[in-house]
Design a protein around this ligand. Structure first.
Ligand code: 0X9
Ligand code: ZN
Length: 443
């Protein structure tokens, strides 16, 4: 995939201070280009400036464009182009300049994308395209909709797999939701739910899968934090970014979405300092992304199970995460432990109460269990440690991690009718048919 051309913007901006041969045809020495043109340090996606092309048969038009506040960067016969903030664009129009085209900096300078070696990972647009193609492939089974907008206005896409209900239509069938990428740099946590959705569609005629698609209401929201993901890969290199892209009062960026849910919000393991990676946000559900998940869940009382994918460490975590106390409902605890244990056997991951990792308040699963009684798990996917790739384990990790996670996903989908039965039932959902997805087989 294409590397981001943000470097081009920086080059263009730094070139502003130098005499520029593009403007040699000027008769006077008045500089055509504003010396105070804004630097392009902000992420391209957040940059409100546009790339504007105006008709400019002669110097008068170029000058009018510059006087309007456009910083001209490119000249060709009859046209001039450059950066324009929204007010500069309005002034250029008011001055009577003919505007040929207006595009965002992202459109002009290329997409924000993964480094070439990790091109198999999906950015926001590629994810959307995959979901659309799934929905087109099996319209009787798959629907796609947005659960809300991100801080920067991107749609938060959900794909729904069930027979007999689409989009927002309510369903009485037991429901389950798989979430990914609360944390920007945890890219495998998007790939796994996306590939699981594809897997179910590819194998929809296998009797056991067909039964689940008939009897369950299954949702995948693979990228809860698209702004953060996009920033994390900006420039074709990784930024180790965790939070969303909210602008904080102190000038820092981002709220930790997995500290922003209301259950136990403001307690331990969540920072008050906006600059910290674990900043909890100014108030519970202050962020549009966590609010969208809340609204999504609250609108679907049929949801019985939730799995929030994260990376990394190979863990299967269950509530509480905000306290070392066990959840008070002993029967539910027995079910949680049985489920986590079973899925640990399937994956080789380690099962434990979330707080055993560390106490952290305001996470998704404490809220979903504490407030809604939804059996909720956090999976910390591969790798096991920083030494095996940490947040960036490479493209080869996608298939192996997905494969390892098929059986736990089918098991949870099956149990959604009555998760408590896991405590007493030893027979687990076993029939994982040979996968047609990308020619792989089930482990
Ligand atoms: O800290 C987190 O949000 C999760 N780990 S991660 O490395 N993906 O950031 C773990 C959340 C587990 N929940 C609690 N301990 N409350
Ligand atoms: Zn995480």
């Amino acid at each position: 995939m294409k590397p981001l051309a943000a470097a081009l913007i920086l080059c263009a901006a730094s070139a502003l201070a130098l005499p520029d041969p593009r403007f040699d045809d000027q008769s006077d020495k008045t500089p055509l280009v504003r010396k105070d043109a804004p630097p392009a340090a902000a992420p391209v996606e957040m940059d409100p400036r546009m790339w504007v092309e105006v008709e400019a048969p002669g110097k008068a038009e170029r000058q009018a464009a510059v006087d309007a506040g456009i910083s001209l960067e490119e000249l060709a016969p009859g046209m001039a182009a450059g950066f324009a903030a929204p007010r500069a664009l309005a002034r250029a129009k008011a001055a009577g300049l003919k505007i040929r085209s207006v595009v965002t900096l992202r459109q002009r300078f290329g997409s924000l994308d993964f480094p070439e070696k990790d091109a198999l990972y999906h950015n926001d647009q590629e994810l959307k395209a995959e979901m659309l193609s799934l929905a087109a492939r099996a319209p009787d089974l798959v629907s796609m909709f947005s659960i809300g907008k991100s801080t920067l206005g991107k749609d938060l896409w959900a794909v729904r797999l069930t027979r007999g209900a689409a989009g927002d239509q309510p369903s009485a069938k037991p429901g389950i939701v798989f979430l990914g990428a609360h944390h920007a740099r945890e890219h495998l946590s998007t790939e796994v739910p996306l590939l699981l959705a594809k897997y179910l569609v590819d194998n929809r005629d296998q009797p056991e899968i067909a039964r689940l698609l008939e009897s369950r209401d299954i949702y995948f929201i693979p990228m809860v934090n698209p702004d953060g993901v996009e920033y994390d890969v900006e420039g074709g290199r990784y930024h180790m970014h965790r939070k969303n892209m909210a602008k904080n009062g102190d000038g820092s960026t981002g709220v930790d979405l997995n500290r922003n849910y209301s259950w136990g919000w403001g307690g331990g393991g969540a920072s008050l300092d906006p600059d910290d990676d674990t900043y909890r946000g100014p108030s519970p559900f202050s962020e549009p992304e966590s609010r969208a998940v809340k609204t999504f869940v609250e609108g679907r009382p049929n949801l019985k199970v939730l799995l929030s994918y994260h990376t990394f460490s190979e863990l299967i975590l269950y509530p509480w995460g905000g306290s070392d106390d066990p959840i008070p409902d002993a029967k539910a605890l027995a079910a949680f432990k049985a489920m986590a244990g079973e899925m640990a056997r399937m994956t080789g991951y380690t099962p434990e109460q979330s707080s055993a990792l560390y106490i952290a308040t305001g996470d998704t699963c404490d809220w979903a269990w504490g407030k809604k009684g939804i059996f909720s798990f956090t999976f910390e996917l591969t790798p096991k440690s920083m030494w095996n790739g940490g947040f960036y384990p490479g493209a080869n990790a996608i298939q192996t991690t997905f494969q390892a996670n098929i059986r736990p996903a089918l098991y949870l989908i099956d149990l959604a009718d009555d998760p408590r039965r896991a405590a007493t039932q030893t027979k687990v959902f076993a029939a994982a048919p040979a996968s047609k997805s990308q020619g792989e087989t089930i482990p």
